[in-house]
Every structure is written in C-alpha cells, then in structure tokens.
Design a protein around this ligand. Sequence first.
Ligand SMILES: CC(C)[C@H](C(=O)O)[C@@H](O)C(=O)O
Ligand code: SF4
Length: 467
Amino acid sequence: MGATLADKIWRHHIVASADDGPDLVYIDMQLIHEVNTPVAFSNLRDAGRTARRPELTLATIDHQNPTDDDRRRPRGAAGALQIERMKENCADFGIELYAPGDDRRGIAHVIAPELGLAQPGMTLVCCDSHTSTNGAFGVLAFGIGTSQVEHVLATQTLWMQKMRNMRVVVDGTLAPGVSAKDLILEVISRIGTAGGQGHVIEYQGEAIRALSMEGRMTICNMTIEAGARAGLVAPDQTTIDYLRGRPNVPTGAAFDDEVAYWKTFYSDADAVFDKEIRIDASGISPRVSWGTTPAQIVAVDGVVPDPEDFVDDAERAAAERALAYMDLTPGTPMTDIEIDTVFIGSCTNGRIEDLRAAAAVFAGRRVAEGVDVVLVPGSEQVRQAAIDEGLDAVFESAGVSLRHSGCSLCVGLNEDKYAPRRRTASTNNRNFEGRQGPGIKTHLVSPAVAAACAVTGRLASPALLED
Ligand SMILES: CC(C)[C@H](C(=O)O)[C@@H](O)C(=O)O
Ligand code: SF4
C-alpha cells in the first residue's frame, strides 16, 4: 500500500517512537510571536536550559503592534509588555526577532513563506493555529501550545500522535472572479467546523493545481476552521517557481538538488485516506458567511437561510443563535444587508495577490459614504510590493489608506478597534461572536468581495457592480 504525502513527511522526521503510540518528531523550523511565548521562555530560564538550535527559530511581532504607525509603541499595557518580553527573550536566547520597524516583519504565517523558510518535506511549527498556512508548500505545518514551544526550543523535537489522513479533491475550474477564499468557505460549509478533526487534509485536483501559491496558502490557512490539524498541497512547478530566488533557499546546483528532493513528496496513487470528499469547482460562486462560524456560508447572491430548514436539531439551534447575534431575518437577500466597516488583511488574505484583487475593484471607484475601510498588508514586504506596483495610489483615490502590517482587526487584541456593534465585511478567517471586538458582526468574504462591499455599502460581489 502506498503512503500519503503527510505520512512520508512524518516518516522522514521520526527520531524515536514510544510503544504506546506517539512519535518523537524532529522539527525543521519554528516561528514564534509575542502572544504565546513568555511562559515558554521563563520556564526555560527557570530550568537553566538554552535554545538547542536558536537559528531554527524566527520571531516576529504581529498580534499586538498597532498598524497605523509601525514604529509607535502600543498604548495598551499588556501588548507593550508582551513586545518588550519578546525582545528580552530573543536577545537572551540568541533568536532573531523582526521587531516593529524591521522591513522583514509581518504576520508569522505570511513572512515564513516569503522568506523561503517553508520548503517541501519540512516540519514547521508555530504557537498559533494558522500555522497550517505553510502546508501550501507541502510542509507539515501545525500550531502548538506554549509548553510545546518550550519543548521545541529546548530539544528541536516534539512528541506527537500521528495525524489521520483526509483528502479533499476539487475537480474542474473555478469561474472567473471566484477565488481560493470562496473555495475554502465552500469546503468548510460542506464538511463542517469539526469535519477535519484529528486529520491533516491534503488538497488535490485540477482546481487546486491551478491555484497560485497565495491561493493555496489561503486554502491551507482556513483548513484549521474545519477542525483539522493541518492542510497540505503537494509541491509542483508553481511551488518551485515561487521558492526560486527567495532568501533561505539554496541557489545554483544546490537548488536543483533541493528540487529533486522536494519532488519526492507526493501521495502515492494507491495511498489510502481515512476520509475523502470530492467537490466540483465550477459550481462555486463568490461566498459570504451569514452566521457565527466559518461553516455558515451562502452565495453572495443568496438569501439568509431559515433555521427551520435545518434537519439537524443542533444545526437549527446554532442557526437561530447565530441569526440573533447577527441581527438577520431569514429570507433577506444577502445583497440587501448594509455594512459600515470593511477589513482587508490577515494571514488568510493579506498577501500581494489579495491586495491586487481588492485594487482591481477599487480602481476608478470610491468607498461609499459612511463606510470605514481598514487595509492591512500581511507583511512589510507585501506593503512595499503594493507601493512598488502603484496599488497604494489606487487605494488612495478610492479613499483607502494602506497601513503597516499586523494582525490588526482580525482579532480584538490590539489597538486597531472597530466601534462596538458594527457590521463588517472582512477577509479574515473567524467570525465567532466578539472575535473582532464586542458585538461586531463579521461577514467573511474574499478581498474582491470586500472591496465591492466597500464601494456599495452593502454585501456585494464585483460582478454585481457591473450590472
Ligand atoms: C493569538 C493566537 C494564539 C491565535 C491563534 O492561535 O490562532 C490567533 O492568532 C487567532 O487567530 O486567534
Ligand atoms: S492574522 Fe488573525 S488569524 Fe492570522 S495569526 Fe493574526 S490573529 Fe491569528
């Protein structure tokens, strides 16, 4: 019987195996940020331990920094303290830190790929659930907790139970104007927020092969919202072309050797998956969330669903509660719903391709009266690329300013705040009650849909603007 891509990566990294199941797995790369690490470092200090391979850990500041002026310290005491601790900890343990003001800083899951740190066949961890983003490169990448961060720092290994294998095959072609975000929202709506539990999901099929690396990263990023541990796409020419020339990627003959190695990472034709679904890409149109989980999704030109139509009791109750929080009435066309705020950014949709998609909609248009738009690149490199391409000018003429990078309004942690109880079209990945701040009603959308919402002041897709 053949092996899956995930199993091949796993086998390459086993250091030891316990009789009762878990394996001690070697970790090739660790990313850390300021939120989940202070305790890991203080425990290491208390135990008199050092970082075993400090050069295999990279630190960034992303959750707590304000994005309006990169070099300004946060006013909030907790955020400022976390940033200070991070600086001290990285200096003490010999770990490189991209602090505010550094051109390489950005959201951990955006900078690892752009720095070429995520390479096929690797294991990569970070103290953050959306580490799965790196799976787009055929990397077994997953979020870990603080005590595991400590373990990896001290030993460069982790005790782990092997994940089960799930396959999502997406046949056919996405229609023009339909993005990776629409596709992953559709996948999550089909398998549910627990559908991937305990599994690593490998994406295969024509529609996945046709996606850019940015699109594949969006897919793997949100895989976690289907309950899975990690997402994976096997490397191909698109992966190789993206990685060529990046920092941390070898050049010349050494690059060719790497490529030959990367190409050994794919699922064998006779590999058996524990779970499998197939989706036809051609039937998918732009999507939007109507509720408070990333599985509560309809087409932008659809209507708010009626809880009575849910056969399952738990789903019906969840829909009723979601509609109460979202203040929506069944049967309302989604395009009748007015929004007052738009957020474009996050590790789901803060890459250059996402900014290009938004700019294409903003070009020659203005943001509607009364709508606030917050546009936050995923990294400083993305911000610079947007400026180099002239996208900032397009945004400015539409009435939108390009900020500095960070998690920003994706999570109600830092000083980028919505006024309470606002309704937002947002390109992030989570729409739980209060996720973006007290009483905030989040509609998850793609960057193009977010821009269309900004110029109309209601939920809309770019195609509807042209009618
Ligand atoms: C703060 C961090 C631990 C958290 C995560 O793990 O995902 C955050 O990034 C999020 O998106 O909710
Ligand atoms: S952008 Fe959002 S989802 Fe991504 S790491 Fe930051 S808070 Fe988490």
